[in-house]
Design a protein around this ligand. Structure first.
Ligand SMILES: O=C(O)CCC(=O)C(=O)O
Length: 258
C-alpha cells in the first residue's frame, strides 16, 4: 500500500489546520501494531521513564494504572518500528504536507483504557515546544481502534492554527499544560476515525479529546515531523522530546503568571 497526501489532504490541512487521512494502515497491519502496542501497555516492552500519565491532574481510580498512558519514543524503545509501514507512510505524508525537508522529530503512544474517563486538556502542541524560526510541523494521530467522541477521538478547532498561540497554564498537578477552550468554541470539530485511519494537525492547531467512558480501547500512535534543520536546532538546545530524559517542559508557562 502506498499513501500519498494528495492535493486535497494538503489543501485541507493548510486551510483548516487539520485533515483526515483515509487510510494509513491496512486491517492486517492494524493487528500487527495492536499486538506491539499491547506489549508496551502490559510492560512486556519496557518503557522506563518514557512512560507517564498524561491524565495525572485527576486522582486515579485505579492506583495500578495511568489515567491516560503516554509512552514517548516507542520507535527508540522498539527499533523495528522505524522500518515498518506506519513510519514509512507517515514520512511520505509529512513531506507532502510540510515539505521535503520533513523528518521524524519524535513519536508517542497515547492510550485511553476502557472507562478510564479522563480528558486530554485543550492545548496547542507548540506551547510544549521551544520557539523555532521555522514553525512548520505536523502531527499524525493514527487510530488503532474505532475512535468516537466517547472513547476519546480527537477534537480540533478549525482555523486555530492561524491565530496566535494561546496562553497555557500548567494543569493542577503541574505535569502538563492546558488553555481555555471548549467543545463550544466556534470551529471545534470531533474527528471520529476507524482503525487504520489518521488525522494530521499542525503545531498550533487547538486540540483535545474526551475521557474514555466506553468499554472500548482507544489506542493511538502519534508521529511528529518538522524540518530537519529545525530538529537540529531543537537538539542543540537540549530539546529531544524525552529521548534522553523524559521531563516535560512548558514553553510559555510564565505567561500564566502575568
Ligand atoms: O490522544 C490524545 O488524547 C491527545 C493527543 C495529542 O495531544 C497530540 O497528538 O498532540
Amino acid at each position: 500500500m502506498s499513501v500519498s497526501a494528495g492535493t486535497d489532504l494538503s489543501k485541507e490541512f493548510h486551510q483548516n489546520g487539520f485533515a483526515v487521512i483515509d487510510s494509513i494502515l491496512t486491517p492486517d497491519e492494524v493487528e500487527t501494531y495492536r499486538a506491539i502496542y499491547d506489549r508496551f501497555i502490559s510492560g512486556d516492552i519496557e518503557s522506563g521513564d518514557k512512560r507517564s500519565d498524561l491524565g495525572s491532574h485527576v486522582p486515579r481510580k485505579d492506583a495500578e494504572r495511568e489515567n491516560i498512558t503516554q509512552i514517548m519514543w516507542p520507535s527508540d524503545l522498539y527499533k523495528q518500528l522505524i522500518e515498518m509501514p506506519l513510519h514509512v507512510r507517515g514520512l511520505a505524508i509529512a513531506k507532502e504536507l510540510i515539505g521535503d525537508d520533513a523528518i521524524l522529530d519524535f513519536d508517542m503512544l497515547i492510550h485511553k483504557a476502557p472507562h478510564s474517563g479522563v480528558a486530554t486538556p485543550w492545548h496547542q502542541d507548540a506551547a510544549y515546544w521551544i520557539d523555532l524560526p521555522d514553525k512548520r510541523a505536523v502531527s499524525i494521530w493514527v487510530a488503532l481502534d474505532e475512535a468516537v467522541p466517547d472513547n476519546g477521538c480527537m477534537w480540533y478547532v478549525r482555523d486555530s492554527h492561524r491565530q496566535p498561540l494561546r496562553v497555557h497554564r500548567p494543569t493542577s498537578d503541574g505535569s502538563n499544560i492546558e488553555c481555555d477552550c471548549s467543545e463550544d468554541e466556534p470551529g471545534a470539530t470531533a474527528v471520529p476515525l476507524s482503525p487504520g485511519q489518521g488525522a494530521a494537525h499542525s503545531g498550533t492547531t487547538l486540540h483535545y479529546s474526551r475521557g474514555n467512558t466506553t468499554g472500548l480501547q482507544r489506542r493511538a500512535y502519534i508521529l511528529n515531523y518538522r524540518p530537519a534543520s529545525m530538529i537540529a536546532l531543537e537538539r542543540e538546545q537540549g530539546m529531544d522530546h524525552g529521548l534522553e530524559d523524559n521531563e516535560r517542559k512548558v514553553r510559555n508557562a510564565d505567561f500564566a503568571e502575568n
